[in-house]
Design a protein around this ligand. Structure first.
Ligand SMILES: NC(=O)c1ccc[n+]([C@@H]2O[C@H](COP(=O)([O-])OP(=O)(O)OC[C@H]3O[C@@H](n4cnc5c(N)ncnc54)[C@H](OP(=O)(O)O)[C@@H]3O)[C@@H](O)[C@H]2O)c1
Length: 239
């Protein structure tokens, strides 16, 4: 296992996207983000777009995404369902059609601890959406990422990865009983390993996995006397 160590950026659980950006401009940068119209992805889209980046948002429901991103400039919304390989291919093909490099790919979308369901291939939905969909999307967008000469690929993992290693004998929960947290953990372990493997294979090394600080951790960090690093304690709160 790779030892975990702080990156030394000076940012912590209290930092916001705007703190990180400060007055930096990102004009001319092309970003593709999955799930960029809700939660962490929505904030990320807003921050990047307000700094001038052109943000292409892949969303299951274009209507919902348009509503969430109403009034945000520099954003284009296109249809993408990560549980549907044909939808991923079509989204990637439309992205490549513009012939513009993609400098940043944010593999952000995710589902968490959902009851057992399977996609049309019979794949368990959390592994299919959170990992396999992003794997396919990254592969399909590869020409545009290479064209950017040093593109970043950022994949959202979670502290929840500790709840599930990858079971190579039965990744789709065919023989073992389904546990929604184990399945989420497995998908988030896959996200982290994907980033690690990507980094090992491609020398540009601008690939990483991250795990967002949860609301609970942020509240904890605000308490007087608390350290600035995220908690490592095991709780039932959102991983
Ligand atoms: N928030 C946290 O505290 C936290 C902590 C640890 C890790 N994370 C990770 O951070 C990422 C974002 O989490 P979040 O809290 O922002 O989640 P969220 O608020 O539930 O938003 C998830 C986004 O993913 C999209 N999505 C889900 N299934 C999809 C599919 N099949 N195809 C395309 N898009 C799909 C959703 O679209 P719809 O709007 O159509 O549903 C939504 O836009 C996830 O990968 C999660 O595992 C979050």
């Amino acid at each position: 296992m790779t030892p975990q160590m702080p990156l030394g950026t000076g940012f912590g659980p209290r930092s916001t996207a705007r703190d990180v950006l400060r007055d930096r401009r990102l004009d001319g940068l092309r970003v593709v983000i999955t799930g960029g119209s809700a939660g962490v992805g929505l904030e990320t889209t807003r921050a990047l777009a307000s700094a001038g980046a052109n943000v292409r948002v892949g969303a299951r429901s274009q209507a919902k995404a348009r509503e969430a991103l109403a009034g945000v400039a520099n954003v284009e919304i296109d249809s993408l369902d990560l549980a549907d390989p044909a939808s991923i291919d079509a989204f990637a093909a439309r992205t490549l059609a513009s012939d513009r490099p993609v400098q940043v790919l944010l593999n952000n979308a995710g589902i968490m601890a959902v009851p057992l369901s399977r996609d049309a291939r019979g794949f368990e939905s959390q592994l299919a959406t959170n990992h396999l969909g992003h794997f396919q999307l990254t592969a399909r967008l590869w020409p545009a990422l290479v064209a950017a000469r040093g593109a970043r690929v950022v994949t959202l993992s979670s502290r929840g990865h500790v709840r599930g290693a990858i079971d190579l004998e039965d990744p789709m929960f065919v023989r073992r009983p389904y546990d929604k947290w184990v399945a989420y953990g497995q998908s988030k372990t896959a996200n982290a390993l994907f980033a690690q493997a990507h980094r090992a294979r491609y020398p540009c090394k601008r690939t990483c996995a991250l795990r967002p600080v949860t609301r609970w951790e942020r509240r904890k960090a605000r308490r007087p006397g608390s350290g600035s690093g995220p908690s490592t304690s095991n709780t039932n709160r959102r991983p």
